[in-house]
Design a protein around this ligand. Structure first.
Ligand code: ARG
Length: 467
């Protein structure tokens, strides 16, 4: 065998791989990130092979010790990654054989890189999902706490980005929290399908050795071995599911980011973000830019891109493994890193939001936000809703002309539009009266917001208990 042909599969080849092709087909530059999971999977595989008598206990121990040493070399940055050895799997196996001799070559018995790589990615995804879940939990915790603190803080609620009705800031934050609660469920649901073990599928059809896949699955903490060997080595739908979760999460974070960016502007002036989450301008000394939420909003695009890349990668692939699947890693790694960073940014930033309560209150007062309350008041006094709508419309037009909010008009002024209006109208025209009146589950009344925050906290605890 020529020196330059690959030592793992060069046997049937009569000429060395073209240098460009070797570089083009190699994945080691990025899949070395799976080294820890690759070694973890190999140790479980060797343990199982010894349990069923395919390896001796001495061989198993030599393999496990060798792999453990290699793990140390990698962690200390002493491992020499080689592109001609193609990928993380063959780099580690070749090093093992260097270290322990011929026994190293027995590790691959009853296994293929096809089930090996599918196993590595699933182990990696499971680890990352757990880290991401912890960050998501930290963010939800912080959001619920802030919502509770701001249960009485009044701000304008918007539709079409026009002032609609007063709400409380706590209620707005709990709306964000609901989005994240659904994302959290999607993540845990995805984890169930990630945590299934391909190992034992071998190249595609299974193996002739008397393997025990339940043993390997137990050792690796998988819920069960994958049911079908062809499917196990081929599908990457779990990666698509994760990036789909990630895309929806980032879509939500981009909406929150957009609001944070708007709210920190001089025009809204609803909140302040501490300086540590902002940067300045090199030319305009007065500027303080909300870079962190802007970047999260921007990073949403790349995550959508990864989802599209993975969907397209899998599209039309015939069974079973195809080299196309090597392309799953870079999008997946970047999606994982982006989600982690964006969640960390938000989990750190949200509890540090400083609401500018007076400014929010003023904005709610300025936009005729209690107009619906006046209409509801008239209806309660027997006016038909359409007529009430008309009366309030005329009152608002008068307010625009005289630059007065409804609550700032005298009783006489209001009575120009309907003599049904009496002194008690002022109870419903205040912002406090308006939010307090929406006093049902899901409504913005401060007491309801406090109750909702409690329920959110319980739901979060129950989810943590379940995972
Ligand atoms: N580097 C490959 C991947 O990431 C590993 C599996 C390769 N298998 C094969 N028969 N070429 O998918």
């Amino acid at each position: 065998m020529s020196q330059a042909t690959n030592q793992s599969w060069g046997g049937r080849f009569s000429e060395p791989t073209d240098a460009f092709v070797a570089r083009f087909t190699a994945s080691v530059n990025f899949d070395q990130r799976l080294a820890r999971q690759d070694i973890q999977g190999s140790i479980a595989h060797a343990t199982m092979l010894a349990r069923v008598g395919v390896l001796t206990e001495e061989e198993r121990d030599a393999i496990i010790n060798g792999l453990t040493d290699i793990q140390g070399e990698i962690e200390r940055g002493e491992f020499n990654w080689s592109v001609p050895l193609e990928d993380v799997h063959m780099n580690i196996e070749a090093r093992l054989t260097d270290k322990i001799g011929i026994t190293g070559k027995k590790l691959h018995t009853g296994r293929s890189r096809n089930d090996q790589v599918a196993t590595d990615i699933r182990l990696f995804m499971r680890d990352e999902i757990d880290v991401i879940e912890a960050e998501l939990t930290r963010l939800r915790d912080g959001m619920i706490e802030l919502a509770e603190r701001e249960a009485d803080t009044i701000m304008p609620g918007f539709t079409h980005l026009q002032t609609a009705q007063p709400v409380t800031f706590g209620h707005h934050l709990l709306a964000w929290q609901e989005m994240l609660a659904r994302d959290h469920e999607r993540l845990l649901d995805c984890r169930k399908r990630v945590n299934v073990m391909p190992l034992g599928a071998a190249a595609l059809a299974g193996t002739t050795y008397p393997i025990d896949r339940h043993v390997t699955a137990d050792l690796l903490g998988f819920d069960r071995p994958a049911e079908n060997s062809l499917d196990a080595v081929s599908d990457r739908d779990f990666a698509i599911e994760f990036t789909s979760f990630a895309s929806i999460l980032l879509m939500h974070l981009s909406r929150m980011s957009e609001e944070l960016v708007l709210w920190t502007s001089a025009q809204f002036n609803f909140i302040d973000l501490p300086d540590r989450f902002c940067t300045g301008s090199s030319i305009m000394p007065q500027k303080k830019n909300p870079d962190v939420p802007e970047l999260v909003r921007g990073k949403t695009g790349r995550v959508y891109g990864h989802l599209m890349a993975l969907l397209t990668l899998m599209k039309s692939q015939p069974l079973a493994y195809n080299k196309d699947n090597q392309e799953d890693k870079e999008p997946l790694f970047d999606a994982v890193d982006t989600v982690r960073d964006c969640l960390k940014a938000f989990a750190d930033m949200v509890p540090a939001i400083v609401p500018k309560k007076e400014s929010m209150y003023e904005a709610a007062r300025r936009g005729f936000s209690t107009a619906t309350d006046l209409a509801d008041y008239l209806v309660r006094k027997g006016v038909a809703f359409r007529d009430a709508h008309e009366i309030v419309g005329l009152s608002v037009a008068y307010g625009l002309k005289t630059k007065k909010d409804l609550s700032e008009m005298t009783l006489e002024e209001l009575q120009q539009f309907s003599d049904t209006i009496e002194q008690d109208v002022f109870e419903v025209l205040t912002l406090e009266g308006s939010v307090a009146a929406r006093n049902h589950i899901g409504g913005t009344a401060p007491d309801q917001v406090r109750a909702a925050a409690n329920r959110a906290r319980e739901a979060l605890a129950a989810l943590k208990g379940a995972s």
